[in-house]
Design a protein around this ligand. Structure first.
Ligand SMILES: [Zn+2]
Length: 210
């Protein structure tokens, strides 16, 4: 059996040839973490659980946005609630993304939401059939896929490609605004980010549109 995460981490100085111990990813994280805490490096990030800018950011999990997005928007630790998923979408009006928005609005004082999609999103080129083939390579049979679909779980729709990122952002903004539990005082904006430069294109101005 393959030990998960057992591959050595290269390029970080942990190579055995140099006399270091080869660490797997988890060990590397835990070793770094111990030093981080012992060195009190957390002090610069101290803040409260309440978003200082009363802002919720719903964005994509794309790795290019991890640091770029908050820096391009002048958001530091403590300024906003970040909710991320593949494509910056709300798949279900009573799923965990929508619940997070409601908790941020009612419990944590958030007053505005920015839904931020981005150009070149992986969800814009996803292909359910290709994904099912990759699942088959990992031992998940076609019969399992078909069984789930027969049980009413529409996997083709769940893994559906986003055809237009701006349209998807508009749709997500509408879903939030029209949600029966969302307060009318919550302002919802829609934007699309360039993952190279951080430039934001405005799709929905929540102060203007209804
Ligand atoms: Zn994306």
């Amino acid at each position: 059996m393959v030990r998960r995460g057992a591959s050595p981490v290269y390029g970080t100085g942990n190579h055995t040839a140099k006399g270091y111990i080869a660490l797997n990813r988890l060990e590397e994280i835990l070793a770094f973490n111990q030093k981080f805490v012992e060195g009190h490096e957390y002090e610069q990030y101290r803040t409260s659980k309440f978003p200082d800018k009363k802002l919720i950011i719903l964005s994509c999990m794309d790795t290019r946005l991890t640091d770029l997005l908050p820096r391009a928007m002048n958001l530091k630790n403590g300024d906003a609630k970040f909710i991320k998923n593949a494509g910056a979408v709300i798949s279900h009006p009573f799923g965990s993304t929508m619940r997070s928005i409601l908790v941020a609005a009612y419990e944590l004082g958030a007053e505005e939401v920015c839904v931020i999609g981005h150009y070149g999103c992986g969800m814009g080129s996803i292909n359910p059939e290709a994904m099912f083939e990759r699942m088959a390579e990992h031992g998940i049979s076609r019969a399992t896929i078909e069984m789930l679909e027969h049980a009413g779980i529409d996997l083709h729709t769940w893994f559906k490609r986003i055809e237009s990122i701006p349209d998807s952002v508009r749709e997500t903004v509408r879903t939030i605004r029209n949600h029966p539990l969302v307060p009318k005082t919550l302002t919802v904006h829609g934007l699309v980010m360039d993952p190279e430069t951080g430039r934001l294109d405005l799709v929905v101005n929540g102060y203007e549109s209804d």
